[in-house]
Ligand binder design. Structure first.
Ligand SMILES: [Zn+2]
Length: 114
């Protein structure tokens, strides 16, 4: 399962960071998952609670921010929201659309406890 391997790598990353800071536990993790990132936040949260068992992140609360996808038309330059990769420009119907946001996936911050 795709989300499970992502959950495991998040746990690994935040634990490494928490140890570096000498933290006793992690109480919160803020993630940014763009709507086009191909990651299902609900499924990720579910996998995360399994992946975090017995780690410093076991009690961590996962907060997910989901920026909308935005595309830019390669013909007329219009910016518009997109929900799929193969978007069409609403103005000129061009398919030369460049995805400018919505593919983000990152750990924004973590909250650690002593
Ligand atoms: Zn266009």
């Amino acid at each position: 399962m795709h989300e499970m391997s992502i959950a495991l790598s998040i746990v690994e990353a935040v634990e490494a960071k928490a140890r570096e800071e000498g933290a006793g536990s992690i109480s919160g993790i803020d993630l940014v998952i763009g709507k086009l990132a191909g990651i299902e936040p609900q499924s990720l949260k579910f996998c995360f609670s399994a992946a975090a068992k017995g780690t410093l992140a076991e009690e961590a609360l996962l907060q997910v921010e989901e920026p909308e996808g935005m595309g830019e038309c390669g013909e007329c330059g219009r910016m518009f929201p997109v929900s799929f990769y193969y978007a069409e420009c609403p103005d000129c119907r061009s398919l030369r659309v460049k995805i400018v946001s919505g593919e983000e996936f990152l750990i924004q911050s973590i909250t650690i406890e002593e």
